[in-house]
Design a binder for this molecule. Structure first.
Ligand code: ASP
Length: 439
């Protein structure tokens, strides 16, 4: 049986196990189509209330979970040699996945030419609406390129915490955790405290999953209700290029990575994380999905040591799905405006997409803000950029939901590979029958 068939069957099996969430997702699509936002604002209002409530509830556990997971992860690894080894491996695998991603994206965008003749699709109303915000975002990125990198340093960790700025928080907690391990025995009580925090947040995550079916239903319904179907006809070539590239990444690249670097059976892994995949699709947020990604991976045999180190860092740093979208989107705009795409320019776009994507937070829409960093390189006028953005915005939510699936799946793929390499993957759990909640 072909690899892609195995993956699809495994996903369906996984989905069967989480049937209620999957049904929620399908119903959400149906209700979204039947009750478009403009015609049924009341229905939309109710659905939006449920969807937002669900996102808030998951976000509630993200900070305590990320902080406790990293502290436990790093202190479990112990000595600095081990940490450096694991850290290097993690960056290497995340790096390979993202480089392959932008290569595929460039190839597909150059082969399909989604931007040719796209100028006729421009809708003046949309341009009017977003003009201000786009100009502001682009100006900010231009003027604050250095500041963007400086902002990664947690100048005031408490300010970063209260504003939920994930990247500086992770930088701070990582440094703090390394220091804790260096401090030796005296830090043990603090680590024990965070072990309790971790255990409790995992329990809360289990409870939250009882809300997953209505939550995913409402999230999907609101997304479909607000973007409608007609826009797909307008921008179909761009959408096809994105779906194709993300599909290749999901169905070919990850399975190949698993095959080349480990003996993890791809179908089993995908089935194990299917719940996280559906939540990633519904929430369009890697950070919000993180508690679930950790739960799925741990329950299915990936060690806590690997999960708590690799997954939280991956949820903020590893954004290969975002890099794919940014590369295709920028090449799309360049083609639309007839900019000569020399090999060097394509390389520059792909390179900037790697940087821009990894500075994107794991929240909805983050990738379409940092894309300004990539766009700066291709020499479009501000007016052209505004028009370009107006096109990208038309299907942004849908594209965001899809790219987040890749962002989340690749984190789990890298965690599984590292766990396999380190002999920390319990194959019986991964390949066995469903493991029941410990509750
Ligand atoms: N929504 C994506 C994520 O959370 C980030 C992005 O906007 O590309 O992974």
């Amino acid at each position: 049986m072909g690899l892609h068939m195995q993956v699809i069957i495994a996903l369906l099996l996984g989905i069967k196990r989480n049937g209620h969430i999957f049904i929620g997702l399908l119903l959400g699509i149906l209700v979204g189509f039947l009750f478009p936002q403009e015609s049924y604002p009341r229905v939309y209002g109710i659905l939006n209330f449920i969807a937002t409530g669900f996102i808030y509830v998951i976000q509630m556990v993200v900070l305590p979970l990320v902080i406790s997971a990293i502290i436990i992860g790093i202190s479990n690894i112990g000595d600095s040699k081990q940490l450096a080894k694991l850290g290097t491996k993690m960056l290497l695998y995340y790096g390979i996945i993202t480089v392959v991603a932008v290569c595929i994206a460039s190839f597909i965008a150059l082969a399909l030419h989604p931007g040719l003749n796209a100028q006729s699709l421009i809708n003046p109303d949309v341009i009017q609406n977003i003009q201000g915000s786009v100009a502001e975002a682009i100006q900010y990125q231009k003027e604050n390129l250095v500041q963007i990198f400086l902002d990664l340093i947690p100048k005031n960790p408490f300010e970063a915490l209260s504003n939920g700025k994930m990247i500086p928080i992770i930088v701070f907690v990582t440094i703090f955790s390394i220091a804790l391990t260096r401090a030796g025995e005296i830090s043990r009580p603090l680590v024990a405290l965070f072990e309790s925090v971790f255990a409790a947040t995992m329990k809360v995550t289990d409870w939250i999953m009882y809300l997953a079916a209505p939550g995913i239903f409402a999230l999907t319904a609101t997304s479909v209700a607000s973007f409608g179907v007609s826009v797909f006809n307008d921008i179909s070539k761009y959408a096809i290029a994105i779906v194709l590239a993300l599909g290749i990444q999901f169905f070919i690249v990850y399975p190949l990575m698993l095959k080349v670097f480990s003996k993890v059976p791809v179908g089993k892994l995908y089935a194990a994380i299917s719940e996280a995949i559906m939540v990633a699709f519904g929430t369009a947020s890697s950070s919000a999905t993180l508690p679930l990604t950790i739960t799925c991976c741990e329950k299915r045999g990936i060690s806590n040591r690997v999960c708590s180190f690799v997954l939280p860092l991956g949820a903020t740093l590893n954004m290969d799905g975002t890099a794919i979208v940014q590369t295709i989107a920028v090449i799309f705009l360049a083609q639309m405006y007839g900019i000569d795409l020399s090999p060097l320019l394509v390389f520059e776009i792909a390179f900037l997409a790697i940087i821009a994507s990894s500075t994107s937070a794991g929240i909805p829409g983050a990738g379409l803000i940092t894309i300004a960093l990539v766009l700066n390189g291709i020499g479009l006028t501000p007016q052209q950029l505004v028009v370009g953005f107006s096109l990208l915005f038309t299907i942004e939510r849908f594209v965001d939901m899809l790219r987040t699936i890749c962002n989340v799946t690749s984190d789990a793929v890298v965690a599984a590979i590292i766990a396999d390499n380190e002999n920390e993957l319990n194959y019986e759990l991964l390949c066995g029958q469903t493991v029941e909640n410990k509750a």
